[in-house]
Design a protein. Structure first.
Length: 588
């Protein structure tokens, strides 16, 4: 058994015996609040830490869950075991609507929008007669678990912490899955995620809705724990506090959510007792301390408190259990010589700048085409146009006869185009293996529920088997358990190629793959590319290392100032005076 599992079991046992020990009621209450907060913060880990979307509005979803429970039990006598589902349904619809509107916003607009709805719900709840306005609703019944009333802190403790642990484990399972990789992929912007076939908008909505649902469950529990609800715990203050807990605990770690919730709750209570004694009078002094702590944490411990614990736990290597997994189905390859990519009179203008001007070329199955030219010639833009990262201004792009210009990036990926980036785009905190497995996203289908319940393991083993095979091919299998962010630039580029190959492409676009590679690695790369060509793959490569290009490619297209200067075999291109003047001349 792994060390981590042992720690988890000890933690669970501790939680199980704790209410049986003569622990003062005060501490049981503290732990109950910690559990209620932790549920919300686990959602924030998913939303903010993993998917990179900051929300100050989670308290509003807690409010939706709490008020639904309170209103339905009090006004209509509905069983709490039904109101929880009603709360989830209402939250689901509300979160979906809010996500639809706000997740299209970029940058700082999303946090601002979350502040707006955090405030609105507070005032809305405070002005509805049926919900008791700012006084709220009183006399909510305690939960009753198969005849056992959970009307004491200790009784409630068990149900609450069972739910918290299940939620934590479900989210941990989710993060270690196909969907989990997609969630992490959207954090640094959507270009890479989309190029791997991830629908980045949908995955963000997923994170948003899941976080809201966790908050809603917390609200339901809260209503039956406090036995009364009023708008104040669901306002913006609390929304900020939840985010604070996430940051203190470590916004990227599920267990950090529990830690953050506990530390903040206890700190808050102690400060509320001690600060007025020290400073005299009454006031919300703890807010000032929280502000200072937050600044300190962001300055000195960006990954939160959990990072300290994490660094003391042994790193677990994933157990290789996929050796006998079923191979993923493969695309039918185009016959050798078929035109795979057909670019006709393609143009791209950035304002007044014509970055790609009337460029036409073709790539055939089983061919490597080199795209060369000085810096700023429009090579990377050409890649971005072919892969749908940027829309074309004019012209046509066809893949195996079908128009692909105008399609979203992920749709082009689905049709068999995969790529690497001039500036490596990866998930630094994930292992090399997991980064590469992201490339196989479109070859799996299991979603959130399957991942949480671990019903996706058969498919997951196949995806990881594919990732390992591509790493082996590119000569990087030895680094598969390393964190991608710890690799040198050369190996990071190779990792990107393995990731692109994981998608089983018909056309592979490599943007300066040899930059940062050592001689041996370059030769290894050239061998792999020749082998892929032999297997019928089409490759379009942008590369500055002329020796590599000339020895590898079948034909070359030379670009300068956005236009195609010449096209031909390496011999023809090398002999061309125009090319020497425009490009090779600048090399020496
Ligand atoms: P290369 O890859 O051949 O070095 P690029 O395709 O990156 O060249 O760039 C071609 C030209 O287009 C450059 O002048 C560059 O500054 C410009 N360019 C590229 N991307 C953008 C963009 N998103 N917005 C505005 N200008 C751009
Ligand atoms: Mg470039």
């Amino acid at each position: 058994m792994s060390m981590r599992r042992k720690v988890l079991i000890v933690f669970v046992l501790l939680l199980a015996v704790l209410p049986q020990l003569p622990v003062p009621e005060f501490w049981i209450t503290q732990l109950n609040y910690t559990g209620l907060y932790a549920l919300v913060v686990i959602g924030l880990v998913l939303l903010t830490g993993i998917a990179g979307l900051t929300s100050f509005g989670q308290a509003a979803f807690v409010g939706l869950g709490a008020y639904t429970a309170a209103y339905l039990t009090l006004a209509h006598g509905v069983s709490p075991w039904l109101t929880v589902w009603a709360g989830l349904a209402i939250t689901f619809v509300a979160a979906l609507l809010l996500a639809w509107v706000t997740l299209r916003m970029s940058g700082h607009y999303l946090p601002l929008a979350t502040i707006a709805w955090g405030l609105s719900l507070y005032y809305l709840l405070g002005n509805i007669d049926a919900l008791g306005k700012y006084d709220g609703l009183l006399g909510i019944p305690a939960l009753n678990f198969f005849g056992v009333p959970l009307n004491t802190g200790r009784g409630f403790f068990y149900l609450l912490w069972l739910i918290v642990l299940l939620a934590a484990i479900a989210v941990i399972h989710l993060l270690d899955s196909r969907t989990g990789r997609a969630l992490r992929a959207v954090k640094g912007g959507s270009t890479m995620a989309e190029a791997m076939g991830v629908n980045s908008f949908r995955i963000k909505v997923t994170a948003f809705v899941l976080a809201a649902l966790l908050a809603s469950v917390s609200g339901w529990l809260f209503a039956h724990f406090q036995r009364t609800v009023n708008p104040s715990p669901f306002g913006l203050n609390m929304g900020i506090e939840y985010l604070f807990m996430a940051v203190i605990g470590g916004v990227g770690h599920v267990w950090g959510a529990l830690l953050g919730a506990g530390v903040v709750k206890i700190l808050e209570d102690q400060l509320q007792v001690w600060l007025p004694k020290l400073l005299g009078g009454s006031g919300n002094y703890e807010v000032i301390v929280f502000g200072v702590v937050l600044v300190l944490v962001l300055q000195y411990a960006r990954d939160g408190l959990w990072a300290f614990i994490e660094s003391r736990l042994p790193r677990v290597h994933r157990v290789i259990d996929w050796a006998d997994a079923a191979a993923l189905p493969e695309r039918t390859r185009p016959p050798p010589g078929e035109v795979v990519l057909d670019v006709q009179a393609m143009c791209k203008e950035f304002g007044g700048l014509v970055a790609v001007n009337d460029v036409s070329f073709q790539v055939r199955a089983g061919e490597i085409l080199g795209l060369i030219g000085p810096n700023g010639a429009g090579k990377s833009t050409t890649f971005n146009l072919v892969t749908g990262v940027l829309p074309t201004t004019r012209g046509e792009v066809r893949l195996r006869g079908q128009r692909i210009d105008g399609l979203p990036s992920r749709e082009i990926a689905r049709r068999g185009v995969s790529r690497t980036f001039q500036h490596v785009k990866m998930i630094p905190g994930m292992t090399v293996l997991e980064n590469v497995a992201l490339g196989a996203h479109l070859r799996g289908r299991s979603g959130v529920a399957a991942a949480m319940l671990r019903l996706d393991r058969e498919e997951e083993r196949s995806l990881l088997r594919e990732a390992e095979a591509q790493l082996r091919r590119i000569g990087m299998v030895g680094s598969m358990h390393e964190l991608a962010g710890n690799l040198a630039l050369g190996p990071q580029r190779l990792m990107e190629i393995a990731r692109a190959l994981c998608s089983d492409p018909a056309l592979l676009l490599l943007d300066e793959p040899a930059a940062g590679l050592r001689l041996k690695e370059k030769q290894g790369l050239a061998d792999v590319l020749r082998q892929l060509r032999g297997e019928g793959l089409s490759i379009l490569i942008v590369e500055h290392d002329m020796e590599l290009v000339m020895g590898l490619v079948d034909r070359i297209v030379v670009m300068e100032f956005g236009t195609k200067l010449i096209e031909g075999t390496p011999e023809v291109v090398q002999a061309s005076p125009a090319v020497r003047a425009a490009y090779l001349g600048t090399e020496h």
